[in-house]
Ligand binder design. Sequence first.
Ligand code: NDP
Length: 273
Amino acid sequence: MTVQDIPLNDGTTIPQLGFGVFQIDPAETQAAVEKALEVGYRHLDTAKIYRNEGGVGAALAASGLDRDDVFVTTKLWNSNQGYDSTLAAFDASMDRLGLEVLDLYLIHWPTPEKDLFVDTWKAFEKLKADGRVRSIGVSNFRVQDLQRLLDEGLTVPSVNQIELHPALTQDALRAFHAEHDIATEAWSPLAQGAVLDEQAVLDAADAHDATPGQVVLAWHLAQGNIVFPKSVTPERIESNFGATDVSLSDDEIAAISSINRDERVGPDPSTLN
Ligand code: NDP
């Protein structure tokens, strides 16, 4: 099982397969993350709003792993957008994580009605210039939100973390990312389970003696998406990590891509404020 390191546009790299902790109860987070680290995951994706940064930090401390061996992402919540409030929220997240330097900080949502993400992004640029965070990126940004940062002449985000899975392939955003050297992170990579019984997924699972979860994750990896499936089930935490061993054919990838029905399992960034 070898997880690829994906190069980012600022010269750093990120492990392509990680572990997400959305909807993991804060009291269960340390145990789930410890299991993930034991299995071999070296990339963790949390957020202030998940209320479990503390559990992630506790698992990291208990693991005895070198700080530089684990890539950690957290996200700025919507109510903290704005220049000064971003700097304060970052410090609070770092206290909960128990870290000195963060690998990746993301603006969680563009929240178009607030219209604060340009000021917020300037605070992100300061955090990077000050060496508090190695890479900065965004999440749930639409093409017009990314274009706005480019038009303002600001740093090009290293990643955009968006909902992406076989039922929502996001072709237009992925093409924009490729054109501007922005890495694509796919959230809810398994569509929270909703695509695991699709025939194209089951056929490939049969052919490769793999689980449906492994097949969907292998579909992401083959296209260069960065993924961090969530699970609190030890067997799934382990089997999902095995997706790196599954190599799909071009026909299988195309069949899984044709599941697309532009269907979200989470909120629409245009209306979440
Ligand atoms: P996922 O697509 O990762 O699906 C998680 C769900 O699928 C859980 O119910 C889990 O159940 C189940 N599951 C996991 N593995 C398997 C498997 N092999 N077979 C069957 N079922 C499985 O959804 P998430 O929404 O959690 O997304 C992953 C991560 O993306 C989050 O944890 C978070 O880090 C990030 N995210 C970011 C968002 C953003 O706005 N930026 C929004 C949403 C997510 P169980 O736990 O019971 O095993």
